[in-house]
Design a protein around this ligand. Structure first.
Ligand code: PLP
Length: 387
C-alpha cells in the first residue's frame, strides 16, 4: 500500500540510533552474542533517592495532571541550578518549561519558531534528530560542516558561510553527540557574537553537561546576558542522572519565548508525567552519584581511546565530554558504513556509522562507552582479531 503519511513525514527516515538499538535487542533475543557499542544511554541505574521520591509521590496520590510548565518545586530547583551552575538567571514561574524529555523540548523550540521558508543552521556532524525535527516543522536544515581534521572547531567564518536572510535559528550541542567536543570559551564568544549580529534564535542542547572530563566545564550560551533573550537552553535528566526511560527534560528561555512554546506543550501533552517530576526534584541532590558515574565513564574512555589508537586503520581523540568516541577509520578503502558492517559481521561489534550524523562523516564511526568495561574489552579484542 502506498504510504499514507503526509509529505513532511515521507521526507524523513526512522531514527538511525533507535533502529540500531532495536536491531541489538532482537539479535540478543535470538541468542546471538554481540557487543553493542551503539547505545546512547547510561548503563547505570537511576540513583535510589530519585526512585524513592517518585515511588512516594505515587503512593501519596500525586497522579493527576499538573501545570503545563511543570510542578513548582521542580521549576524552582531548575532555576536554582541554572543560577548556581550555569550562571543563567530565570524566573521559575515564567521562564521554565518541564517537558517529557529533552527531545520534546527541542521539538517544542523548533516547531514553535520555525516554518516553511526558514532555514535552521545545524553544526555537522550532529545528533540524528535535529534535521528530521526541522523538516517536520516545514523549515530547511542547513548544514555547517565541521571536520575531524580541525577538531570539529566552530568559527564565526564557518557560520557566516552558511547564513542567509532566511536563517531563523541555529542549533548547538555541547558537550556534543557524536564528537565528544565541548565548546571552548573562544568558540562560545564567536557563536554568541554571530547570534547577536544576525539576530537568530539559538537552541542550546546541553543534555550531556554533567558528563565532562579533565576539569573541563561546559559553558552555557545563555550565561552571556547580551544574548540571553535569543537563547533557548535545553537540558534534561536522561544522561547525567541515568533517567532515559523517565522521559524528563526542560527548557529555559525568556518569558516571551516560553509563553509561545507553552501553547504547544498544553495542546500536545498537557504536561510531563506528574510523579516523575517529584522524583526529579531529588536529582539535584545526587552530585555524588553523578560523579561516580562520570569517573567510571572516564576510566572506560581512557581505555577505549588508547586501545583504538593501537589498532590498525583507526584513530581517535579523547572526547572532552559525553560517553562517545568519534573515531576516524582508514581501513582497506572501506567507508564507515562498510566498516561498521564488516566489524559487525566478523567481530559481532555494533557501532554507528558516521553517515548517520552527517553526509561528510563517512570516514568516522561513533562508539559508545556507556557499557561495561568487560564489554569494551571484549569488543576491542574481537575487532583486533578481525583487523
Ligand atoms: N540531545 C542529544 C544530543 C541527545 O543525544 C539526546 C539523546 O540521545 C537527546 C537530546 C534526547 O534526550 P532525552 O532522553 O532527554 O529526550
Amino acid at each position: 500500500m502506498a504510504s499514507l503519511a503526509n509529505s513532511k513525514v515521507k521526507s524523513i527516515k526512522r531514527s538511525a540510533s533507535s533502529s540500531l538499538n532495536s536491531k541489538a535487542i532482537k539479535l540478543r533475543e535470538e541468542g546471538k552474542e554481540i557487543v553493542n557499542l551503539s547505545v546512547g544511554e547510561p548503563d547505570f541505574d537511576t540513583p535510589e533517592r530519585i526512585k524513592n521520591a517518585a515511588i512516594k509521590s505515587i503512593e501519596n496520590g500525586f497522579t493527576s495532571y499538573v501545570p503545563a510548565s511543570g510542578i513548582k518545586p521542580l521549576k524552582e530547583a531548575i532555576a536554582r541550578k541554572l543560577l548556581q551552575e550555569n550562571n543563567i538567571t530565570v524566573n521559575p514561574d515564567r521562564e521554565v518549561i518541564v517537558t517529557p524529555g529533552a527531545k520534546f523540548a527541542i521539538n517544542l523550540a523548533i516547531s514553535t519558531f520555525t516554518e516553511e521558508g526558514d532555514e535552521v543552521l545545524i553544526l555537522d556532524p550532529s545528533w540524528v534528530s535535529y534535521k528530521p525535527l526541522v523538516q517536520l516543522a516545514g523549515a530547511t536544515p542547513v548544514s555547517v560542516p565541521l571536520s575531524y581534521e580541525d577538531g570539529f572547531e566552530v568559527t564565526r567564518a564557518k557560520l557566516e558561510e552558511n547564513v542567509t536572510k532566511n536563517t531563523k535559528m541555529i542549533i548547538l550541542n555541547s558537550p556534543n553527540n557524536p564528537t565528544g567536543r565541548v565548546f571552548s570559551e573562544k568558540e562560545i564568544q564567536e557563536i554568541n557574537q554571530f547570534i547577536k549580529d544576525y539576530n537568530v534564535l539559538a537552541v542550546s542542547d546541553e543534555i550531556y553537561e554533567d558528563i565532562v572530563y579533565d576539569e573541563i566545564k561546559n559553558i552555557s550560551l545563555a550565561s552571556d546576558e547580551s544574548v540571553k533573550n535569543n537563547v533557548i537552553t535545553v537540558n534534561g535528566f536522561s544522561k547525567g542522572y541515568a533517567m532515559t526511560g523517565w522521559r524528563l527534560g526542560y527548557i529555559a528561555a525568556s518569558e516571551e519565548l516560553t509563553q509561545e512554546m507553552t501553547k504547544i506543550q498544553e495542546h500536545v501533552v498537557s504536561c510531563a508525567t506528574s510523579f516523575v517530576q517529584y522524583g526529579a526534584v531529588e536529582a539535584f541532590y545526587c552530585q555524588h552519584e553523578v560523579d561516580l558515574m562520570t569517573e567510571e565513564y572516564r576510566k572506560r574512555r581512557n581505555f577505549l581511546v588508547s586501545e583504538l589508537n593501537a589498532l590498525q586503520g583507526i584513530e581517535c581523540r579523547y572526547p572532552e565530554g559525553t560517553f562517545y568516541v568519534f573515531a576516524k577509520v582508514n581501513y582497506k578503502g572501506m567507508d564507515s558504513q562498510e566498516f561498521s558492517q564488516f566489524i559487525f559481521e566478523k567481530a559481532g561489534v555494533l557501532v554507528t556509522p558516521g553517515a548517520a550524523y552527517s553526509k561528510d562523516s563517512s570516514e568516522c564511526i561513533r562508539m559508545s562507552f556507556a557499557t561495561s568495561m568487560e564489554e569494551l574489552e571484549l569488543g576491542i579484542e574481537s575487532i583486533r582479531k578481525v583487523l
